[in-house]
Write a protein that binds this ligand. Structure first.
Ligand code: NAP
Length: 247
């Protein structure tokens, strides 16, 4: 197993890609702590599924955009598990609209959750990783952060921001044994994309060279690799998992 005796924090693990990441890291032997905003039942189900794989798991209600809640969660994980070896900033939301119709509130909420949330977790966890002189930070961005997308000015700005943050954190922490990479999923089957009308989904699929949507496991497989020592010499990278969409 690639991650035996490691402890991972995965934000937003109550469903979707976050749950797939929790399960893949657990399969590789890591203890997993996740957080959620309101999906307590989903998060507890993720914990149960991880425990069935033979690792320790825990879910803590934490709004990633709230600095005090994030600091409290990181302190609790450190106290319970002793180390934090892997951080996956996965929690994210969309509030889509054309820019001229987008409210200031919709812009702020998406930036606060998707971008500020990753900053808060990275800042708190990296203090622990610096003392350990080891750690892997993985940010879940999006192809939309690479290419932009009409109707997603807020979301694409947050995901492009994560790419800039990834590279800057990688430069600040590389000499201390900590890597930071971004994964940019394409069009993945989860609750987030289930909201889209069927006609939009069909049109999107036509733009994907592989002509199909991806799964949470497609993302989780890469995250587990980046979290392992097999990815020792990789930092500051943005890797698209998108069936060729961003080429
Ligand atoms: P999802 O099914 O909507 O799940 C989102 C997760 O984030 C849930 O666990 C949710 O918890 C959590 N979350 C949202 N706001 C939070 C907050 N303020 N504090 C704590 N947790 C919060 O989304 P997904 O499709 O799995 O997406 C996961 C990540 O991949 C996101 O960053 C998304 O932007 C990115 N992504 C997705 C796609 C795609 O096609 N699906 C493509 C590119 C990138 P609750 O259950 O409590 O709400």
């Amino acid at each position: 197993m690639l991650l035996e005796n490691k402890t991972a924090i995965v934000t937003g693990g109550s469903r979707g890609i976050g749950r797939s990441i929790c399960l893949e890291l657990a399969k590789e032997g890591a203890n997993v702590v996740t957080c959620y905003a309101s999906g307590a039942a989903g998060a507890e189900e993720t914990v149960k599924l991880c425990e069935e794989l033979g690792v320790k798991a825990m879910a803590i209600k934490t709004d990633v955009a709230n600095g005090e809640e994030v600091a409290a969660m990181v302190d609790k994980v450190k106290a319970e598990f002793g180390s934090i070896d892997i951080l996956v900033n996965n929690a994210g939301i969309t509030k889509d609209n054309l820019m001229l119709k987008m409210t200031e509130d919709d812009f702020e909420q998406v930036i606060d959750t998707n971008l500020k949330g990753a900053f808060l977790f990275t800042k708190n966890v990296s203090k622990i990783m610096l003392k350990q002189r080891a750690g892997k930070i993985i940010n879940i961005s999006s192809v939309v952060g690479v290419r932009g997308n009409a109707g997603q000015v807020n979301y694409s700005a947050s995901k492009a921001g994560l790419i800039g943050m990834t590279k800057s954190v990688a430069k600040e922490l590389a000499s201390r044994g900590i890597t930071c990479n971004a994964v940019a999923p394409g069009f993945i089957e989860t609750d987030m994309t289930a909201k889209l009308p069927e006609a939009v989904v069909d049109e999107m699929k036509k733009t994907i060279p592989m002509k199909c949507m991806g799964s949470g496991e497609d993302i989780a497989n890469l995250v587990a690799f980046l979290a392992s020592d097999n990815a020792r010499y990789i930092t500051g990278q943005v890797i698209c998992v998108d069936g060729g969409m961003a080429m």
